[in-house]
Design a protein. Structure first.
Length: 477
């Protein structure tokens, strides 16, 4: 694995001028970028400007231009290295407690974990052990006990975690040995000291009594709404009446003042109602993010439900360098992975995953090895410390320490042909070898080599025509 931050330069000097503290030069294969964490701005520079900065050519006028932009100074005082200061060791920050891994009262057509009602599993001949990857968890197929979940909650907290989410499957289906529920686990987490606790549920099992307990606990709720059209939503969940139950629960959650976010997965069945669905969410007074374009995982790895290329371009592709670079973002992205760093999932059989979408990347089993050993172990450290210096194409890009990344998405989008740690990020349209945006997206060919897929260009042009593409503060010289 490539050494982190190897190409980042600070305190570059012409002899007369010098980079200010907090200003860094990041070279790309063709162009470069100046990161200013003091102002949170990134400046794109051409090859000639890169040569001036590293001393290949001299140009006093360029350095004076940087001085007017407050990026360099003529002061000769000793400069401290902020780069070493910003490099940090990853620590546990967030845990998905997947207290029900297989069971759900719905059977969504796109489910990344392939969850469904236990009766469906029985009818299909699916055993409870389908996701048990270790000998002990296979032999003890009852899964993690209530007391053991409490231990995991304690251990995670002592390792530094202060934020968690209870998720499934459907977490409201959870039942401990003595009838304990997800709310008992949430209450325990609250008493331990967790600062943010969220339950991700389809909301169909929420009753006024359960919602009142959520309110009393002071925790958050997340749910999914697939369409404003009742029949369409129910067809996606494959559960008649699910839309009505979810809407009823949302109304009561709003009435009592529980913080809720409502998310939507974009796929071919619902892409024509996305706008109306978001409008409904807003009318009900809830927050939401950009629709999450279907991830090719589990039942979602189905070409028949993939959205159109137009929707993929509109809702998922990054078509301009609208980056900001705070000290925290720069520190995080040079120290490890922009998303995976500091996160784990614990499934109901004890398996520890780096992400809920990384179903096959098991870094340990907490029923066999102490959670502390797994969190501090080499396997998880390798995942957490994986920067874009190790990702194909991204490693040659000047924006690599400002950009988001998703490893399970990169792996899935390339039909698992690429290596988990190095498959190119599929939602970026920048070509660092040409210095151009919005002409295509990166994919892997059958031999596992990256290529710039320009078949999306006609769709990109249509979206760009309405949205426009901005260049991030270019300095051409």
């Amino acid at each position: 694995m490539k050494e982190r931050g190897l190409d980042i330069k600070e305190h570059l000097s012409s002899g007369e001028h010098i980079f200010k503290d907090g200003v860094f030069f990041v070279p790309g294969v063709l162009r470069g970028a100046i990161y200013d964490v003091n102002s949170s701005r990134i400046y794109s520079i051409n090859h000639s400007a890169c040569d001036i900065l590293i001393g290949v050519t001299k140009n006093l006028g360029f350095w004076k231009k940087l001085e007017t932009m407050d990026l360099v100074t003529q002061e000769k005082s000793n400069r401290r290295s902020m780069l070493q200061e910003l490099m940090r060791s990853p620590s546990l920050q967030f845990v998905w407690f997947e207290i029900v891994s297989n069971d759900c009262n719905e059977s969504c057509i796109h489910c990344y974990a392939e969850c469904m009602p236990p009766t469906y599993q029985k009818a299909m001949g699916i055993s409870k052990e389908r996701n048990l990857h270790s000998k002990q968890s296979f032999e003890n197929n009852k899964g993690v006990s209530f007391e053991k979940w409490k231990e995991f909650i304690d251990e995670s907290y002592y390792l530094g975690c202060r934020r968690c989410q209870f998720i499934g499957g459907e977490p409201l289906l959870y039942k401990g040995e003595n009838g304990e529920t997800v709310f008992d686990l949430a209450e325990y987490s609250k008493n331990v000291g967790y600062e943010y606790i969220e339950i991700f549920t389809n909301a169909t099992m929420l009753t006024p009594k359960k919602i009142q307990r959520i309110k009393a606990l002071g925790i958050n709720v997340a749910t999914s709404l697939y369409s404003n059209d009742e029949k369409l939503h129910d067809s996606i969940t494959k559960t008649p009446g699910s839309f009505r139950k979810t809407i009823e629960a949302l109304k009561f959650l709003k009435e009592v003042g529980v913080p809720v976010r409502v998310e939507t997965v974009l796929m071919s069945p619902n892409e024509q109602t996305i706008k109306q669905t978001q409008e409904l969410v807003e009318e009900m007074g809830f927050s939401h993010k950009q629709p999450d374009v279907l991830r090719p995982k589990g039942r979602g790895d189905n070409p028949s439900i993939m959205p159109t290329k137009k929707s993929i371009v509109k809702y998922s592709l990054m078509m301009s360098p609208n980056f900001t670079i705070s000290k925290d973002i720069f520190s995080r992205n040079t120290s490890g992975h922009s998303c995976l760093q500091g996160k784990i999932t614990i499934t109901d059989n004890g398996n520890v995953l780096p992400c809920i979408f990384s179903r096959d990347l098991i870094v340990g089993n907490a029923l066999e090895v102490a959670l502390r050993e797994i969190v501090l172990g080499q396997k998880l450290e390798t995942v957490w410390r994986n920067t874009k210096d190790n990702v194909l194409v991204c490693q040659d890009c000047e924006y690599r320490y400002a950009c988001f990344d998703c490893r399970p998405l990169a792996e899935g989008a390339n039909q698992n042909q690429g290596e988990y740690f190095s498959a190119p990020y599929p939602r970026c349209t920048y070509n660092p070898y040409r210095g151009e945006w919005a002409k295509g997206a990166w994919r892997l060919n059958g031999e596992g080599k990256p290529y710039y897929d320009e078949t999306l260009e006609p769709f990109i042009k249509k979206v760009v025509a309405t949205q426009g593409v901005e260049v991030a503060h270019p300095i051409e010289y």
